[in-house]
Design a protein around this ligand. Sequence first.
Ligand code: NDP
Ligand code: VSD
Length: 382
Amino acid sequence: MPQLPSLSSLYELSTPTLGISVFVCTVIIAYTIAKMFGFGRKNEFPVEGRVVVITGGSDGMGRAVATNLAGRGAHVVVVARTVSKLQSTVEDMRRAAMNSLKQRFFYISADLTDPAECDRVIAEVTGWNYGAGPDIVWCCAGFCHPGFFTEVPISVQRQQMDTVYWTAANTAHSTLRNWLAPVPPSAQMQNPRRHLIFTCSTLAFTPIAGYGPYSPAKAAIRSLSDTLSQEIEMYNGAFTQRHRNSAPAADVKIHTIFPMGILSGGFDNEQKLKPELTKMLEEADKPQTPEEVAQISLAALERGEYLITTMFVGNVMKGTALGPSPRNAPIGDTILSWLSNLVFLQVIPDLRNKAFNWGKTNGLPNAGGFEDETPEATTPPS
Ligand SMILES: NC(=O)C1=CN([C@@H]2O[C@H](COP(=O)(O)OP(=O)(O)OC[C@H]3O[C@@H](n4cnc5c(N)ncnc54)[C@H](OP(=O)(O)O)[C@@H]3O)[C@@H](O)[C@H]2O)C=CC1
Ligand SMILES: CCCCCCCCCCCCCCCC(=O)[C@@H](N)CO
């Protein structure tokens, strides 16, 4: 029978093994912490000296993004309809500029529901930028008209699709036609990567009663973003062969931001129209300031993320609806989606029960009949 090793010899045997294990664990923990704090990570979204177009850049989140980017040294063009708000944003950007002597700021007044206006905007920016297209285009234009589907006139719902989806799709169309036009090898330059950014809403992930006129338009943006993120790979593939064939002038990356509530003028206006049930269902949302949303979004873009949320609850809402979208981090996002799906087993019936009980307690919202088909003013006050 083999002799069992004594306790002391076992201890001696395990000392080097223990030492190696402790060393390996320390390295793994140090590496994880270093990554958490971003050590050694490349900035995937450099903006200094680059030309950025921001639609809806004169108010709320768009304006906060514009001033933040001015502070980081970008040249910024803001686009919206109302000239006075655009002019005061340009003044804000001049004050916030990192280098006011070098940086250039510009505004264009345009209604982006009109595709011809989007073409004009990109053409004007290209002229202003000495013949080169913009480097970054960020679609922030849009506002929300909440209300129950049957209560809100259908013309207002169509207007929501125009303002929310079509301003973004028109801008993307004009931008990508500018960026993806074939350039012959002789004219190829080493341009840095370009970025097209959509602003969506976590309502594209999770339904909330009372957002029927708005959420479908945001869900359509998410679908467009996912489709483009795949389609753009074809152009990026062609770009790698730019020395031999005609190719786009630069590599392009797509991103989409999914904010929760943002404390903006648009939000104040929306609160006046919002059904009480909707306010109750979205209680978990603690609205953020436009500056917070801008700062969190920019940090995520610097990490190179694709679908970007701005707070914990939004991240859980994304997790349950990740579907076939490209992941930011394969392991982290997979665990997030498993956990979120467990959370939503409870959330889905809870939201429906609250709606049911609301009806039981309060009766119909339209005791006085439905609103007629005359479109009402849905534009947030300037
Ligand atoms: N506020 C919120 O709670 C949330 C908002 N979002 C989304 O974030 C984005 C920013 O929202 P928020 O900060 O509230 O925005 P604001 O309502 O504060 O500002 C909207 C901006 O879009 C411009 N705009 C509106 N319609 C058009 C148009 N047809 N053509 C060109 N510009 C237009 C406005 O200027 P002008 O009127 O002069 O044209 C303004 O600059 C929007 O896409 C919104 O849907 C997402 C989640 C939550
Ligand atoms: C732990 C996880 C629980 C999840 C519970 C789900 C709660 C739903 C909150 C809905 C928040 C909607 C924010 C977007 C608002 C928006 O886009 C409009 N204000 C447009 O302007």
